[in-house]
Design a binder for this molecule. Structure first.
Ligand SMILES: [Zn+2]
Length: 450
């Protein structure tokens, strides 16, 4: 997927984009001096920008030669205002062409179809284009139990097209919706693994190992995952079959040190993204600091670029001070551990509410929502405390013995999973504090899609 976009092609698109924005995008007009003819602009000619700058100057980033088709909000968190993205239909068609080699309107021959894909989602960030007409891919919003039953029928029985039975072979879905659907199917005794699915693709939030294992057990295939930011769509990073890490194809990534704006090629790094023509036409952002940290996992020969993995948000990562550009602990590390604790509160996903509107449906033997936890990094050089907040299903101020057991078990599991953590905390002069809050007692930002 995406390998059609050779490095040379992407470099040309980047050069065209930079030239275009200094000519057309109000925010960049006059900001960056035009180079003499023949010399390309460089990314480093542009300032770093962030969500706040874009939100405060929304209209200055827009170039409307055509009417916008979609409006998306981000970063998709359930609290706090996000930024707005305007998208056009043509942008999505350009992305579709990049990944499939098919222009919109070119439909694969249905007499030769091996199978089709089912796409399961909720419009958590706004409505957007999903596929060209006739493409062998059916999108279903998980708004009612009837939708879950239709998806089950498609997986069990396929579709008969011109008297030829076409099986469902691929499932893709928003991570949060898929966890609720998985719970629903288990409670109904339906196991999609019995029907020969070939692939499972998940997007919208970090998928923990507990859930990767559970998805494989219940659906069959090992899931591949997508990393992306709704505010930068269409610009998702796909998991690579060669290096198993992630690469962007339809936007341009840069990786900068955690404590400076120096470009880095290894370790943990801040992720900076730049829009590329023609995947972005209405709203261009150059050197946009995503607020996310990734771990760089070396150069991938198949992709011709660095591979990376999501490491966490800057705001909720304990970062080693000084030159050691390393995340000591992030909320991703905590999530992996939190999955094992049933007395940590789970955020109830909208899909779960929809599927259990009929309260007679039994519940599965596992929790489906996203654990409600947070990490606050040290405030300054003097206060080096990393505060981990866990929301509990009980009142920790009343059940104090139970609270102590939970805190201790959580710390034990955390250190078991990350044996270097103690040493790293000591080296950085940091100490870890576990704080328990009753359900709803914390100001948490959880992705609506997660
Ligand atoms: Zn790769």
């Amino acid at each position: 997927m995406g390998h059609a976009l050779h490095k040379d092609v992407r470099e040309r698109l980047l050069a065209e984009t930079l030239q275009y924005v200094v000519e057309r995008v109000p925010f960049y007009r006059g900001l960056v001096p035009s180079r003499v003819e023949g010399a390309d602009l460089a990314l480093t000619d542009f300032p770093l920008i962030d969500q706040k700058i874009v939100a405060q100057n929304l209209r200055e980033f827009l170039v409307l030669d055509e009417f916008p088709d979609y409006v998306l909000t981000s970063g998709g968190t359930t609290s706090g205002g996000g930024s707005i993205s305007f998208r056009s239909h043509q942008e999505y068609e350009a992305v579709h062409y990049c990944y499939t080699g098919h222009a919109s309107g070119e439909t694969p021959d249905s007499t030769k179809l091996e199978g089709f894909a089912v796409d399961i989602f909720l419009n958590a960030n706004g409505q957007y284009w999903r596929k060209p007409a006739g493409w062998p891919h059916i999108s279903i919003a998980l708004e009612q139990t009837t939708h879950a039953e239709v998806i089950k029928l498609l997986i069990q029985d396929g579709l008969t097209i011109r008297e030829r039975l076409i099986p469902a072979l691929h499932v893709q879905g928003q991570h949060g919706a898929m966890r609720a659907l998985t719970g629903y199917y288990v409670s109904r005794g339906f196991f999609p693994r019995d029907f020969g699915l070939r692939s499972l693709l998940l997007y919208g939030g970090h998928v923990t190992q507990v859930w990767l294992d559970r998805f494989r057990e219940i659906w069959g295939p090992t899931a591949t995952t997508v990393y992306g930011l709704s505010e930068f769509s269409p610009g998702n990073a796909f998991q690579c079959s060669h290096c198993n890490c992630y690469h962007f194809w339809t936007c341009w990534p840069e990786f900068l040190a955690l404590n400076s704006d120096r470009a880095v090629v290894e370790g943990d790094a801040r992720l900076i993204l730049t829009s590329l023509l023609p995947f972005s036409t209405l709203q261009h952002r150059i050197r946009y600091a995503t607020g996310d940290i990734v771990h760089l996992a070396g150069h991938c020969s198949a992709a011709g670029q660095l591979g990376f993995r999501f490491r966490g948000r800057v705001l909720s990562s304990a970062i080693a001070p000084g030159a050691d550009d390393e995340v000591i602990l992030s909320e991703i590390d905590l999530l992996e551990v939190a999955e094992d604790f049933s007395d940590i509160v789970r955020q109830t996903h909208a899909a779960e509410v929809n599927l259990w509107s009929d309260t007679s449906v039994p519940r599965p033997p596992f929790q489906m929502g996203y654990p409600r936890i947070s990490l606050a990094p040290p405030i300054d050089q003097r206060n080096r405390e990393v505060v981990v907040v866990l929301e509990t299903t009980f009142d920790p101020s009343e059940a104090t013995a139970r609270a102590t057991v939970l805190s201790e078990r959580f710390l034990t599991n955390l250190h078991d999973r990350y044996p270097d953590l103690s040493r790293k905390l000591v080296d950085c002069g940091m100490n870890l504090k576990i704080k328990l809050n009753p359900s709803g007692g914390s100001d948490l930002r959880i992705k609506a899609t997660a």
